[in-house]
Design a protein. Structure first.
Ligand code: HAM
Length: 427
């Protein structure tokens, strides 16, 4: 049995190890490239924000605010919270940092950790990573569709297929209260049969009754009135347009009348993207929607917004589960081998020179035998090795070895870069 260590990472928090960085680097690279093509500006906000921002923005009776925030009080008695999501922070920065005077819509994206005190289960972490996109100041339904298209472009570039959009409209302050009354009256007569959480939801947040994962509650939700049948004209037309745009760009979707999302600010369109793997698991890779009242709620003008966030941990888990190959150009072109004291000394400088001219170079300075270093060069997949031994160091020369053909050439040390470049061009 392994001895229990004195210190371990906190529950639900993980180290991202060097061998996993290729996934993280690739995912972030694809996201950054596409964010740029879709003209989003990168905004980095602090990880800690005033607790009140999330109570107001995310919503007082949401699971996030009621149960999941990591909050603290500073020595100066400020109440702060580790962001459980990006959206309220982005709107706070939009209002605070002069974005309001820019031409609209304002398009911002962020990548980083979020913190939620969740029950531990697969795909749920207490420190998770999101890429979050917001478009502020435009109510055109084409943007709702374009955000979903952006997610599918990212997935395509990562080689992730078989995904499905779950989509719904949850109305607006004009039509939702009417629907809510209908829903409450449906559930009131069944309140004894729902779980205790849902009994509370019935009073505080009735829409959340629809996406309870408890078996008994799922059955009851099946026959509940559907909001889609009770949308006002404006919400109805908006939703119809979003679906027409999705049809046009051939994005696969399912109308899911029980999708209500767990955050309070949503109006009209809400969506999640799930993997289609036949297991029936509901692991959302991304989620988002429109929030036409949030900017005003946080102290700004009455303008629209729409956004979504991708769960990077879940994207990477899926890439691994499905065995999707991530190709990165990290194979070194050149491996520098050194032998003897003088060779070792000179190779330190040469390594830096090779790197500076843009050659991908590796070395293993702490290994001293030719055999061990050649083995490493081979394992790393280098196309050329440079061998700087005691004799070469004295003669101011170096050996270039072609790893494919095993042919070798001795060249003056001062000419090595020029010679190497010539050989690379020839290949
Ligand atoms: P959300 O649905 O709470 O939405 O999170 C978006 C995605 O982040 C989820 O679909 C999931 O992939 C990932 N995620 C969230 N929590 C965890 C966790 N504990 N462990 C692993 N992955 C997680 C939002 O956060 C909204 N702010 C999205 C948005 C932006 N809506 C409008 N604009």
């Amino acid at each position: 049995m392994t001895k229990k260590l004195k210190f371990q990472a906190s529950k639900g928090m993980r180290d991202i190890l060097p061998e996993n960085q290729i996934y993280w680097r690739k995912v972030k690279k694809v996201i950054n490239n596409l964010a740029e093509s879709y003209e989003f500006g990168l905004l980095e906000t602090p990880i800690l924000e005033e607790t009140e921002l999330f109570i107001k923005g995310t919503g007082q009776f949401t699971d996030i605010v009621e149960k999941e925030m990591f909050s603290l009080r500073t020595k100066g008695e400020d109440k702060l919270t580790l962001r459980p999501e990006f959206t309220p922070s982005i709107i706070r920065a939009y209002l605070e940092r002069g974005f309001t005077s820019l031409p609209h819509p304002v398009k911002l994206y962020s990548i980083g950790p979020i913190f939620r005190y969740e029950r531990q289960q697969k795909g749920r972490y207490r420190q998770a990573y999101q890429a979050n996109f917001e478009i502020i100041g435009e109510k055109d339904p084409i943007l709702d569709a374009q955000l979903i298209q952006l997610f599918f472009s990212i997935s395509k570039d990562l080689g992730i297929k078989n995904l499905i959009t779950q989509i719904n409209s949850i109305g607006c302050p004009a039509c939702r209260p009417i629907y809510r009354r209908l829903l409450v009256s449906y559930y009131r007569s069944r309140s004894k049969n729902v779980c205790t959480t849902c009994q509370r939801r019935l009073k505080q947040n009735p829409l959340r009754l629809l996406d309870c994962k408890n078996e008994k509650c799922i059955d009851i939700a099946k026959d509940a009135p559907q909001i889609i049948d009770h949308l006002c004209n404006d919400c109805h037309d908006h939703f119809k347009s979003v679906l027409e745009y999705l049809d046009e760009i051939e994005i696969p979707y399912i109308l899911n009348s029980n999708l209500v999302r767990g955050l309070d600010y949503y109006t009209k369109t809400v969506f999640e993207i799930w993997p289609e793997d036949g297991s029936g698991r509901q692991i959302a890779l991304a989620g988002g929607g429109r929030y036409d009242g949030l900017v005003k709620l946080l102290g700004g003008k009455d303008i629209s917004g729409v956004g979504f966030a991708i769960g990077l941990d879940r994207m990477i888990n899926l890439i691994k589960e499905r065995g999707i190959k991530i190709y990165v150009r990290n194979r070194p072109l050149v491996f520098l081998i050194q032998l003897g004291e003088l060779g070792k000394k000179k190779s330190l400088k040469l390594f830096e020179e090779l790197r500076r001219v843009g050659l991908r170079v590796n070395s293993s300075f702490s290994r001293n035998t030719m055999k061990a270093q050649l083995k490493r060069a081979d394992k790393a997949g280098a196309r050329f090795t440079l061998i700087l031994g005691q004799k070469e160091a004295l003669d101011e020369t170096i050996i270039i070895r072609d790893m494919e053909s095993s042919s070798q050439e001795i060249v003056p040390l001062s000419k090595v870069i020029e010679k190497l470049k010539k050989k690379i061009r020839k290949k």
